[in-house]
Write a protein that binds this ligand. Structure first.
Ligand code: GTP
Ligand code: ZN
Length: 367
C-alpha cells in the first residue's frame, strides 16, 4: 500500500514524470561542449552547482541562466547542462543552457503577492514533513496538505515527528501510518542530544528528500545533525553565531554523508541529498488531480475503477463505488477498517480545498 520502493541509482532520473506532461527538455542550440551539473542553490539569479556530481571531476561552480532559457525557472534539484567557465575558480561564471527533464516537481502555493504556483524543487523522490509534537503544537490540517502535495508530485512521504520528549507521538502515528506515510520520531535526550537520528538517517539514505516544516519545529536541528557542516560547506554561516544556518529564503540541496555498509566491509551505502526549504510553509494544491491522490491508496484505486465517470469520490459523490466497498464488506471488522481507510483518503481529498481561506498559505519565495 505504501508508495515506497527501494532506491537504485537510476531511480531519480529515469522515473517517469508522474504529472505525465511537461517535458522540460526543449530543442536548443547544440552545446557539444556542455557539462552536466546538479543545481544545489539559487540566490538572486546566481545558481550554485555541483558539476559532474559523483564523477571524477566533481566540483562546485557558480552559474547564471542563459538567455535562451527565457523565463524557465531553474531550481535546486535540477539537472542541467552548463557551458562557459564551469571551473568554479574565484570569479568564474558558467551558463546554464539546458534543464533536464524532471522526474518530480514540488510547487509552492500561490499567495497574495504572487498568484502563480511556482516550482521550488525538482527531482526529489521523498517529502519529509517535519512536525513538532509540541511547542509548536502539530497541525494535522497542515500535515494533510503536505501529504497531498507529496503524493500529487509522485513522492513518498515521510513524517518526522520531533520533540517526543515533550509529547506522545502515538496519536499522530495512528493517524498517518494507515495512509502510507512512513513515520520517524526524534526526541531530546537527558544529555541534550537529539535521539532517534539513526531512523531518520536510514529513511533518507540514498534518496533525494525535501524537508518542509514550520519555524520552531526543529528542522535546523535535524538538518545540522544529518549533514554536519552542511552550511559551512556551501558557504552560508551565520557570522554572529557561527552556527550553520542560511538566511536565503530559497531551497538548498545538501549532500548527506555516506553511511557505512552494515557489514562495514563493503563500500558505504549511497549517501543521498536533503533539500531544505526555508520559509516554504505551504504548497500549491490547486492543480492536484484526484488520480494522483488515489494512486498511493492501491486498494481504493482498484475499487474506484467501478465509479461513475467523473466521480469525485468525495463524501457527497453519488454512486461512488468506494461507499459500496465499505457497506459490502463481508464482516463488521473489515467494514470498520475499510471505512477508516476511505475516511483517511477523503480527509486528504478535502484538504485540497479552502487553502487560501485557512490562512496557511503564506510563505516567501525568492526567484
Ligand atoms: N524539547 C525539544 N526541543 C527541541 C528538539 N529539537 C529541537 N528543539 C528545540 O526547538 C527549537 C527550534 O529548533 P530549530 O532547529 O531552530 O527549529 P527550526 O524548525 O529550524 O526553526 P527556525 O530556526 O525558526 O527555522 C530550538 O530551541 C531547539 O533547541 C527536541 O527534540 N526536543
Ligand atoms: Zn468514486
Amino acid at each position: 500500500m505504501s508508495p515506497r520502493r527501494p532506491f537504485d541509482e537510476s531511480d531519480v532520473r529515469l522515473r517517469p514524470n508522474p504529472r505525465g506532461s511537461r517535458p522540460r527538455t526543449k530543442q536548443r542550440p547544440d552545446h557539444a561542449d556542455a557539462v552536466s551539473a546538479l543545481v544545489t542553490g539559487v540566490d538572486r539569479g546566481r545558481y550554485t552547482l555541483l558539476v559532474d556530481p559523483d564523477g571524477p571531476d566533481e566540483h562546485r561552480a557558480v552559474a547564471m541562466k542563459a538567455r535562451e532559457l527565457g523565463r524557465d525557472r531553474v531550481v535546486p534539484g535540477d539537472r542541467v547542462d552548463v557551458v562557459g567557465d564551469a571551473s568554479g575558480d574565484p570569479g568564474s561564471l558558467a551558463r546554464i543552457v539546458r534543464i533536464d527533464e524532471r522526474s518530480t516537481v514540488l510547487r509552492r502555493t500561490a499567495d497574495d503577492t504572487d498568484p502563480v504556483e511556482r516550482i521550488i524543487v525538482a527531482n526529489a523522490d521523498q517529502l519529509v514533513i517535519v512536525t513538532a509534537l509540541a511547542d509548536p503544537e502539530p497541525r494535522t490540517r497542515m500535515i494533510d496538505r503536505c501529504v497531498v502535495a507529496g503524493y500529487d508530485a509522485g513522492m513518498d512521504v515521510l513524517l518526522c515527528l520531533t520533540k517526543a520528549d515533550l509529547a506522545d507521538p502515538a496519536e499522530l502515528i495512528a493517524m498517518y501510518a494507515p495512509i502510507g506515510v512512513s513515520v520517524v520520531v526524534t526526541r531530546r535526550g537527558p544529555a541534550g542530544a537529539v535521539e532517534g537520528l539513526d531512523d531518520v538517517r536510514r529513511a533518507v539514505a540514498g534518496r533525494v528528500s525535501v524537508l518542509v516544516g514550520h519555524s520552531g519545529v526543529g528542522k535546523s536541528t535535524l538538518v545540522n545533525a544529518l549533514v554536519p557542516d552542511a552550511f559551512r560547506a556551501v558557504g552560508v554561516v551565520n557570522d554572529v553565531t557561527g552556527r550553520g544556518r542560511h538566511t536565503s529564503s530559497s531551497a538548498i540541496a545538501l549532500r548527506l554523508p555516506a553511511i557505512p555498509a552494515p557489514d562495514r566491509a563493503t563500500a558505504p551505502l549511497a549517501s543521498g541529498w536533503v533539500i531544505d526549504t526555508p520559509g516554504v510553509r505551504s504548497f500549491g494544491l490547486a492543480h492536484v488531480q484526484v488520480e494522483h491522490l488515489l494512486a498511493p491508496f492501491a486498494d481504493l484505486a482498484a475499487v474506484a475503477r467501478e465509479c461513475p465517470r467523473g466521480c469525485t469520490h468525495a463524501d457527497d459523490a453519488p454512486d461512488c463505488a468506494l461507499d459500496d466497498w465499505v457497506s459490502d464488506a463481508p464482516e463488521a471488522q473489515t467494514e470498520a477498517a475499510r471505512a477508516a481507510r476511505l475516511e483517511s483518503f477523503r480527509r486528504l481529498l478535502a484538504s485540497r480545498t479552502g487553502a487560501l481561506a485557512s490562512g496557511e498559505g503564506t510563505e516567501r519565495d525568492s526567484r
